[in-house]
Ligand binder design. Structure first.
Ligand code: TMP
Ligand code: ASP
Length: 213
């Protein structure tokens, strides 16, 4: 097993922007742990084992696929830039995108054929990640709705553990999800840091308080 340590360091735009969000590590560890436990309760296998301390999570050792799986419920971020779309359009069905994890290439968007052709995952592994990400979306939409938050989009990473099981890994936190207040559409996630919107720490704290309720 491994210990995953949550820092306050923040990066954006492939680390072109660097900073610190005070208390973020503690908040992301708590929110991520709560979400992993919630997802396990919904039958989704994760790398989560235990919350060890404020900044430490005990996790299974997994080999991560070099892929980021993004699900979008509302348009925002890179899809708007790439396709010239307005932000905030509610999608009729969740939109799934895969990105190849490569800093030097700036994490390009890839499709199923690329993933299989270049052996980043097998067809079965691709199918699992795709279906599982949509199951995670249904569970998480409900989780956040109860807390008065809209799940706009999020990024997942999957891996294979030492017993050969495919599991959800990494973290699920305000760093990896876009989360808007359900009433006001106020952004409560890392976009506040990415785009210098202010009240970054307050927004992370706000989410943590809603999760702790
Ligand atoms: P995007 O709109 O920039 O493609 O981001 C989609 C979602 O993925 C958003 O919730 C932020 C999250 N994300 C990460 O967690 N890590 C990343 O490196 C990127 C680019 C996005
Ligand atoms: N954390 C990523 C980076 O270092 C991107 C992001 O979350 O915006 O660029």
């Amino acid at each position: 097993m491994l210990i995953q340590y949550f820092k306050d360091d923040a990066t954006a735009f492939n680390a072109a922007k660097k900073g610190t969000i005070n208390g973020k590590g503690v908040i992301n560890n708590k929110i991520s742990s709560t979400i992993f436990k919630f997802l396990e309760g919904r039958g989704i296998k994760t790398h989560f084992v235990d919350l060890l301390s404020d900044r430490e999570m005990l996790v299974k050792h997994v080999k991560i696929f070099p892929l980021e799986v993004v699900i979008r419920n509302i348009t925002a971020g890179s899809v708007c830039k790439r396709l010239g779309l307005d932000e905030g359009v509610v999608l009729e069905k969740p939109l799934t995108e895969f990105f190849y994890k490569s800093d030097s290439l700036n994490d390009p968007l890839v499709n199923r054929d690329h993933i299989i052709a270049f052996d980043w995952a097998t067809p079965e592994e691709f199918q699992y990640m795709w279906k599982e990400a949509l199951r995670v979306n249904e569970a998480l939409k409900e989780f956040w709705k109860e807390k008065g938050v809209k799940l706009v989009d999020f990024k997942l990473e999957f891996g294979r553990d030492l017993e050969g099981n495919l599991v959800l890994a990494d973290e699920v936190s305000p760093d990896t999800c876009r989360l808007w207040d359900a009433k006001t559409n106020q952004k409560l996630d890392k976009d506040r840091f990415r785009f210098d919107l202010g009240a970054v720490e307050e927004s992370y704290k706000n989410l943590m308080e809603r999760v702790a309720q």
